[in-house]
Ligand binder design. Structure first.
Ligand SMILES: *Cc1c(COP(=O)(O)O)cnc(C)c1O
Length: 425
């Protein structure tokens, strides 16, 4: 039955059989992922019960948004999920970059220094910080920047961190996921060690963690290890595919108050900010996020093992423990990246009939091909892939609202490679 349905979608017998073989070998791994989802499901469930979430929390507000119980309740739920004193979670936070920019600008003052201790930050933060000169950057406000690269093996360089932290240092920033770099993503425990190290040499320095793509992948979050601010996007993991917009910052009361007055206005802070009509989606998305993330994670593990078996380099490798949902596959030739993305697009529930093509994009120094057919524009918790058209010709892919859809997308990517004679089965 299943095979004939895949056949009707254009997946050949050979591709189906190869996928089935790989899937069968992942049973223990998938069981582990399911248990992780169970832990995180209970975490979210208990946070909602503790805060007595009820139908009135979904009503939303307009105008100033005074006494918006839904908005305040959601922030309390996030604070409980992340085990922090407070959280700021709102549709007015437009994306992950905005949440990170807000966390930084709200807690830095002229003369302060920001130090990234996990190497070069995510591309969009270069303009936030002013690494690339940009209008409105932190550099324009007199905030300086220092960077400590990870060791060649991808670990924190403690001697260099000690040397970089000085009297001007106000925030130490850590990025959990590798983004578009080839370094490994950082395990939460390792982030925890780095937080403890920073606090041991400079207790007054705040630690901010860019948690994008990492939420609900492990039992603990960076906030459980004492990060002052843990930051992410709601169109990634914690939005569960339902949040149409938003970002979150979970952290200490002091940091979150700074973020609130920076987001709205001094004197107003968290008291204003209408939630409009999105509250139900933010609550329900958070409720589904642990299982949605688990589905995406199974897709990543499946793809890693499948392409590894075909002889390609995959990062992380098929057996590596996971700290985020990103999977990279290095094809080494451009046709591989293109065929992969075509397959992902062809398997999408939305815009499946369009063919992605490499194109020049702002901020990139080579053409980029992107595949996404998402319910929420640009949502990367939904199955999506992209790859810059330059060596090593790697494709980065992530997401899948369900494991079953992630599997269909990955099989379709393999089908395209197979049809073009780029792989032998
Ligand atoms: C996606 C991402 C961001 C930025 O989030 P946007 O919502 O795209 O602005 C920042 N850091 C990392 C590691 C990311 O993966």
């Amino acid at each position: 039955m299943l095979q004939s349905m895949y056949g009707a979608m254009g997946i050949s017998r050979e591709v189906f059989a190869f996928g089935a073989e790989i899937e069968k070998e992942q049973k223990d791994r998938f069981d582990q992922i399911d248990r992780m989802a169970e832990v995180n499901q209970l975490k979210v469930l208990m946070a909602m019960q503790k805060n007595r979430i009820s139908a009135e929390h979904f009503n939303g507000s307009t105008g100033y948004g005074y006494n918006d119980a839904g908005r305040d309740g959601l922030e309390d739920v996030y604070a409980d999920v992340f085990h922090t004193q407070a959280a700021l979670v709102r549709p007015q936070i437009t994306c992950g970059t905005h949440a990170l920019s807000l966390a930084l600008s709200a807690n830095l003052r002229p003369g302060d220094e920001l130090v990234s201790i996990s190497g070069k930050p995510y591309d969009t933060l270069e303009e936030v910080i002013g690494i690339r000169p940009s209008r409105g950057s932190l550099a324009e406000y007199g905030v300086t920047y220092a960077q400590v690269d990870l060791t060649p093996e991808g670990h924190f360089d403690y001697d260099a961190i000690r040397a970089a932290i000085g009297p001007k240092t106000r925030i130490a920033a850590i990025q959990r996921s590798k983004g578009y770099l080839t370094r490994p993503s950082l395990p939460v425990e390792e982030i925890g060690e780095a937080i403890a190290f920073v606090k041991s040499i400079a207790p007054e320095v705040l630690v901010m963690v860019d948690n994008c793509y990492g939420e609900f992948v492990c039992e603990k979050e960076p906030s459980d290890y004492g990060a002052d601010m843990t930051v992410g996007s709601l169109i990634k993991n914690p939005g569960g595919g339902l949040a149409p917009i938003g970002g979150y910052i979970a952290g200490t009361k002091e940091c979150i108050e700074n973020c609130a007055v920076r987001l709205t206005s001094p004197g107003l802070g968290r008291e204003v900010g209408a939630s409009l009509d999105v509250m139900r989606s933010l609550y329900q998305g958070l409720f589904l996020a642990p299982t949605v993330t688990a589905g995406a994670l199974k897709g990543a593990v499946f793809a890693a093992n499948l392409y590894e078996r075909l002889g390609f380099k995959v990062i992380p490798d098929g057996r590596a423990p996971r700290t985020d949902i990103i999977q990279a596959v290095e094809f080494g030739f451009p046709e591989g990246v293109i065929a992969f993305c075509e397959g992902i697009q062809a398997a999408a529930p939305v815009d499946s009939y369009v063919t992605p093509e490499p194109w020049a994009m702002p901020g990139y120094d080579s053409d980029v091909i992107m595949a996404a057919g998402a319910f929420v524009q640009g949502a990367s918790i939904e199955l999506s892939a992209d790859g810059p058209m330059k060596p090593p010709y790697a494709v980065y892919f992530q997401g899948g609202l369900t494991w079953q859809h992630a599997k269909a997308g990955i099989l379709m990517s393999l089908q395209r490679l197979y049809e073009k004679g780029l792989v032998k089965l």
